[in-house]
Structure formats: C-alpha cells, structure tokens
Write a protein that binds this ligand. Structure first.
Ligand code: NAP
Length: 266
C-alpha cells in the first residue's frame, strides 16, 4: 500500500484504549508516531506491532504527565521537533465517585492530567504549528462536558474545560492553517472504567461503543474539519441547535444594567 508521509503524530495516553487505537489508525494513514504514557512495556509492545504492520517510525516517550518535570520534557520535545504535525491530547483519567466520597488530592491529580497537561502540551505545540503554517490538535473531551451530572463533577468539569479550551483555540487560530478538534466520546469500552472504579460490565451494553468504532468515527469528523465531534450522537441537529443557541446568547451576556428580574424588591 502506498502511503503519504504526514509528519509525526504525538499521542498521549497511547499505551491502551482510545490512544492505542489512534496510534494504529494514524500510522496506517502515514504518520510516524511519538507515543506517550507511563507504562513503557505496553508502549514498546504497541510500537513494535505498529512498526511491523505499517513500517512507520514509532518512538516512545515514557512520562507521567501528572509530574511537572516529566511533563516539561514532553513539552520540550514538542517545541524542538519540527516533524510533529499532529498532537492528540488523549491521556486522561476519570471516576464516578461523588464529592463526599472522593479524595481531594486524587481530584487535584485528575485536574493535573486532564486539564493542566493537556493545556501545557497545546501551548508547547501550537507556536511551532503557527510558524510552519500547519498542524492539528485533537483534544479528547467527553460527553460529560455537556452532561456533567453523569459522572464525577471534577471529571465533568475537566472535560468541559477541554471543550471550551478547544472552542476558544479554534476561534483564535481561525484562518492560520491549524485544525483543532474536540472529540466527545460517550461510554467507550476501555480500561478507563475499571481504573475509575466502575466495571464496564455494570453499564448497559447499548450505550457502550468499541474504541475502534469511536476512533474511526472521530477521524471521519477530523477529515471533515469538524471542530466538535460526538460519535454517539445520532441526530446532529441536536448539537447544532445547542451550539446555535449558545452562540445567539453569547452577545447578550454582558450589559451595564442588571436584568429587571434582579431588581431588589422594596
Ligand atoms: P484508558 O484505556 O484507561 O487510557 C488512558 C491512557 O492515559 C492510558 O494510556 C494511560 O497510560 C494514560 N495515562 C493515565 N495516567 C497518565 C499519566 N499520569 N501520565 C501519562 N499518561 C497517563 O482509557 P481511555 O478510555 O482510552 O481514555 C482515553 C481518554 O478518553 C481519556 O481522556 C478519557 O477521559 C477519555 N474518554 C473516555 C471515555 C470512555 O468511556 N472510555 C469516554 C469519554 C472520554 P499509562 O497508565 O501507561 O500511563
């Protein structure tokens, strides 16, 4: 099979689940890969099988993105390696525990990974993309960005950050040759559920998508230049109505006078 060389894709959280599928699909498309996660052994196994299957160059970078020093090394790689044309910010953790049952330090670590690492890696990648006039960032958000009542509130809040950050980046980078996409998966069959303390088997099968189907759908959205891709949402008009209502309201949200309903009663 003839492949076009598309540069290098850095994928975070590539050692399992959604990130590992992105690695496979992007290599088949013609990207070289830079795979980031903590589990070096799993990264090596994946790198070796992808290289065998696709003959693409696959490098691994074992890093705990919740650790400031390790994160800084990955940021440096993004700043220095001009072959990187695509950043997939996928590494993330979640949980379903309510506030009163959650350890606040664990919640902070979730924000370190889901929010801070994603934001810092984007800041490291985008200036190079801008100077070269091309590049793309895929940020893995979640449907809980739109439905924060579903799982843990810190997780929902972190994924709402990813969506809002991506929408703002899209606005800021419009016309500059940079494509940004937020992907909002619904429940996807990966280790995420076990790691977060809720076995996958406890979910209704009708709401769970395979990681392969999720990533393939998200890449169709990417190819179409979508800003927001929600693979499970069957009727896209639902999202479009929601997005239109938000945009229509955004010009009405700041005035010099409080709304009459807030007039103090005498
Ligand atoms: P997963 O199989 O558990 O994958 C998570 C990945 O993140 C693993 O490769 C893990 O690798 C990596 N990771 C975790 N902590 C890390 C750290 N401190 N530093 C570096 N890498 C770290 O789950 P997944 O479902 O594929 O999750 C991928 C993304 O999809 C996450 O952002 C998640 O929030 C999002 N998502 C998942 C679902 C779902 O239902 N599965 C739905 C919506 C959104 P190591 O353990 O080797 O570090």
């Amino acid at each position: 099979m003839t492949q076009t060389h598309l540069g290098t894709a850095m994928i975070t959280g590539a050692s399992s689940g959604i990130g590992a599928v992105y690695a496979d699909r992007l290599a088949r498309r013609g990207y070289d890969l830079l795979l980031v996660a903590r589990n070096r052994k799993r990264l090596m196994t994946l790198a070796s099988s992808i290289t065998t299957d696709t003959r693409r160059n696959v490098e691994i970078l074992d890093a705990d993105l919740g650790d400031g020093v390790a994160l800084a090394n990955v940021e440096a790689k993004l700043r220095q390696d001009a072959s990187i044309t695509l950043l997939v910010n996928n590494a993330g953790i979640g949980t379903h525990t309510p506030l009163v049952d959650s350890d606040v330090d664990a919640m902070s670590r979730m924000i370190d990974l889901n929010v801070t690492a994603l934001m810092r890696l984007t800041y490291a990648a985008v200036p190079g993309f801008l100077s070269r006039g091309k590049g793309a960032v895929i940020n893995i958000s979640s449907i809980v960005a739109l439905a924060p009542e579903m799982l843990n509130g810190v997780y929902g809040g972190s994924k709402a950050f990813v969506l809002a950050f991506t929408q703002s980046l899209h606005h800021e980078l419009a016309g500059k040759g940079i494509h940004v996409q937020a992907v909002l998966p619904g429940a996807t069959a990966t280790d995420f559920w076990q790691t977060g303390g809720l076995p996958l088997e406890s979910l209704d099968k009708s709401i769970v998508m395979s990681a392969g189907n999720m990533v393939d759908a998200a890449l169709v959205g990417f190819d179409r230049g979508e800003l927001v891709t929600i693979p499970s949402l069957q009727d896209v008009a639902r999202w479009e109505d929601f997005a239109d209502a938000r945009r229509a309201m955004s010009n009405l949200l700041s005035t010099n006078t409080p709304a009459p309903r807030y007039a103090a009663s005498r």
